[in-house]
Design a protein around this ligand. Structure first.
Ligand code: NI
Length: 189
């Protein structure tokens, strides 16, 4: 496994339309393993293959919820005060050639971010519930009713397959403000 470079705006590859996966082989397994490693290291909760420069319809998602059964861990990140964190539970999901069926008419709003648009967060409205159909790593077709954060995350990642970023859902003014903020942050870094 290897951590791959995450491409960021304005890299034109982020506008590419990704192609369907037809071959479920070791190369695909390596890509998926690398995508998980890259996503966990970032850290993030979702990644599309195009974000590591591979224009294929492959997504990985792990919402990494708190693990209620685990012992809290002492945090070593800051020396000034002691506190604990609840360890997260790894819940890796792979979606290959995903499709959305029956989006609900009800919408959810989440403050979204994206590893390819670093440090920027904005509210995006998406259907609250969907049915999703996709293929797993063996090429077997799966179908599931999905809601909550996973529904939002899956739709965000699926947008990447069409060359769409979450900021493309914002009004022009809000998008321009977000891009200006990103430019400022990059200059400061
Ligand atoms: Ni994204």
């Amino acid at each position: 496994m290897a951590i791959r470079e995450i491409i960021e705006i304005p890299d034109p590859r982020l506008k590419a339309i990704s192609t369907r996966v037809e071959v479920f082989d070791d190369e695909l397994r390596t890509l998926v393993a690398d995508m998980f490693e890259t996503m966990y290291a970032a850290p993030g909760i979702g990644l599309a293959a195009i974000q590591v420069g591979v224009p294929q319809r492959v997504l990985v998602i792990d919402l990494q919820p708190d693990d209620p059964d685990a012992e809290p861990e002492e945090c070593t990140a800051h020396g000034d005060h002691k506190h604990t964190h609840q360890p997260v539970k790894r819940t890796p999901r792979v979606f290959i050639n995903p499709e959305i069926l029956d989006p609900s008419e009800e919408f959810n709003v989440y403050s979204e971010g994206c590893l390819s648009v670093p440090e920027i967060y904005a509210d995006v409205e998406r259907p609250a519930r969907i049915r999703a159909r996709w293929q797993d790593l063996d090429g077997t077709v799966q179908e599931e009713a999905i809601d909550g954060l996973l529904a939002t995350c899956l739709q965000h990642e699926m947008d990447h397959l069409e060359g769409i970023l979450f900021i493309d859902h914002l009004s022009r003014l809000k998008r321009q403000m977000a891009l200006k903020k990103l430019e400022k942050l990059r200059k400061a870094a």
